[in-house]
Each structure stands twice: as C-alpha cells, then as structure tokens.
Design a protein around this ligand. Structure first.
Ligand code: SF4
Length: 335
C-alpha cells in the first residue's frame, strides 16, 4: 500500500542528510522497521476534509468544537486555512458555521447548536456513530449498557450522551467489572471505545461474559479496523526492535494505546509529537528501531522523524506490512 509514501519518506530523509552535508558512509547504520498500516485512518481523513470543504464553501472562519482529531499539527494547519477551534459552542458567534469533531457529540450539543442558529456539520466517524446507534438500541431493548472506555475522553462523553443518566456504567478494567454492583441476571449489554486496547478489551469482555448471564454484544467489534490494524502492526515491529518511536500526541487515545502495546514487547518506547521531541539517549547505537504513527498523525511527522534519524544514522528501512487498508467513508455532506 505505502510504496509511494515510502519513497516520499526516503527522499525526505535523504535530502535532510544532503542538506546537512553528511556523507552516509560516515554514519553508524541502523535498521528502521516502519509499521504499515500507520497514520491517518479513513475517519480522520474524512473529518479533516469536512473542515476544508466547509471553509471552501462558506469561507473562513469556520468554527470547530474541540480538536477535529487529536493532533496539534493538524489543528495548526487547519487554523492557518481559516478554522477556529473552540471548547464549547457558547464561544461561537450566533449564525456561524461549526463542525463537530470525529469523536462524536451527544445529541444535546447538536440541539444547542440549532438553538444558537449555527450552521453545523457533524464530522463524527461513522464507526463511532455505529456505537452510538448500538447503545441506543440496547437501551430501547431494556438493557443496561456497560461501556468500556476512558473517562473524560470526548468519544466516551459523546456516547454516554446518547443515553439517559444512569442507563450506562463506564468501566476501564476487568477489576472494574468485578466491582460492578449490577444485577447479574438482568438484561445487560456492552460497548467499547473505538480506540481501546484490543488485548485489554478482550480481558474485560471475558469478565463481563463470566458475570452477566444475559449479555448483548456489539454486532461487530466496536474497536475500529484502524485501531486494530495499527496495534497489530506495532506489536509486530516491537517484537523485532530495540526501540520503538510512536508518532502521536500524549492526549491521543489511539497514540497512547500504540505506545502501551509496543511497551509490552520492547524495553524502549517513546511517544513523540514530532522529531523535535525525540529523546536520542533512548535510541540504540545499532540494531533496529521501529516507527509507527497514530491514526491522527500526518505522514509528514513520520517523514520528519526519518529525516532527523538520517542526519545521525545511515538508515536501512524495511516497511513491515501486516494489513492492507481499503476502507473509505463518504464525505460529510457540506452545503
Ligand atoms: S480511529 Fe477508528 S473510530 Fe477513530 S476516526 Fe479513525 S476509523 Fe474512526
């Protein structure tokens, strides 16, 4: 899949070396294991495109409630194109154009936008919206929902907002499930944050199945294809690497899970927003370094990391492809 991307990365690494006047032969050699898939997923691409489409149609500024995706480079790039990011809708002037982020919102946020006369577009990822529909259905069927996720994450706030207070209980660990004081015979269902750790979720779900006799499950895994594929790919490279670099933000759930999965298999893992944040002392003088990127991290960040590495090492790059992604979503209807 990523042949042309890989060429772009290699040429950016090589031009950085030439710019710095470094002869490749003089540098120590290391192996780079590039995870594939890595970086942008279909939901992130769609959300970013929605902001660009809204700016093109309505002209700037276009307001975006919360970071459209969890990456500051993306946010800064869209700001330069005319987006203004706000925390809450009361910061948006009445009548202005507003976009809701890929993480999804509770229905009362959409209602608040309508009440303020905002022109709003919802860039929620279709795979998050699927979870919203499922928890609503479970509630309608009279089931209490156990939601596996991280408290305070915007996706979780949005999903809980689709249910009345008390209709769902949030858990983060199997121990949380053990501690639940719900009726074990009552109709129950579970749902999982789309960016959760695949391995942790499977332990939590096994505990739920042990405890609840009448437990409804999602029609297909709530953990999305992009999360699943990126975690599998980073596991693969981490098993072979002396160090792993995860390109992503500390406030990105997707990025943090990648770093956690890598840390299960590799002693030196760093999660960095970009090349400037690299801790060189934690990279090996020889051997293999794995690199991956969260679903919200632009490929330019990976290119920057490779360029920085190529100024210090001669790189032998291998792309380790564990899945080929073809998922695409229909554009957000703007206009
Ligand atoms: S990580 Fe998954 S759920 Fe989140 S935007 Fe990407 S595809 Fe959608």
């Amino acid at each position: 899949m990523q042949g042309s991307k890989l060429n772009m990365l290699l040429s950016s690494a090589s031009s950085a070396r030439h710019r710095d006047g470094v002869s490749e032969g003089a540098l120590p050699q290391i192996d780079i294991l590039l995870a594939a898939p890595r970086g942008f997923c279909a939901g992130v691409r769609r959300a970013i495109q929605a902001v660009r489409d809204a700016i093109a149609l309505h002209g700037p500024p276009v307001y975006v409630r919360r970071p459209i995706v969890h990456n500051l480079a993306v946010v800064r790039a869209l700001e330069a194109e005319g987006a203004i990011f706000v925390e809450e809708l009361d910061e948006v002037p009445p009548g202005a154009v507003t976009i809701f982020s890929a993480h999804g919102v509770a229905p009362h946020i959409a209602a608040q936008a309508a009440a303020r006369g905002l022109v709003s577009y919802d860039a929620v990822c279709p795979l998050v919206a699927k979870v919203h529909r499922e928890v609503e259905r479970h509630h309608k069927d009279g089931r209490h929902v156990v939601l596996v996720g991280h408290e305070g994450h915007p996706e979780i706030e949005g999903t809980l907002g689709h249910l009345p207070n008390g209709a769902a209980t949030l858990v983060r660990t199997a121990a949380d499930v053990d501690a639940l004081s719900l009726d074990e015979a009552a109709p129950t269902a579970f749902a999982v944050q789309t960016t959760y750790s695949v391995d942790e979720a499977s332990g939590i779900v096994a505990t739920l199945r042990r405890r609840f006799a009448d437990l409804a499950a999602p029609s297909s895994s709530d953990i999305c294809y992009a999360t699943t594929n990126r975690q599998a790919a980073v596991r693969e490279i981490a098993q072979r690497a002396d160090a792993v670099i995860v390109a992503g933000e500390h406030f990105s759930s997707n990025a943090r899970r990648l770093a956690e999965v890598a840390a299960l298999h590799c002693p030196s893992v760093q999660l960095v927003a970009d090349a400037d944040a690299l801790d060189w002392a934690r990279l090996p003088a020889s051997g293999a370094t794995g690199i991956t990127a969260a679903a919200s991290t632009p490929e330019e960040i990976v290119a920057g990391i490779l360029a920085a590495l190529s100024a210090r090492y001669s790189l032998r790059i291998e792309e380790v492809e564990t899945a080929v992604e073809t998922t695409m979503f229909k554009r957000v209807a703007v206009g």
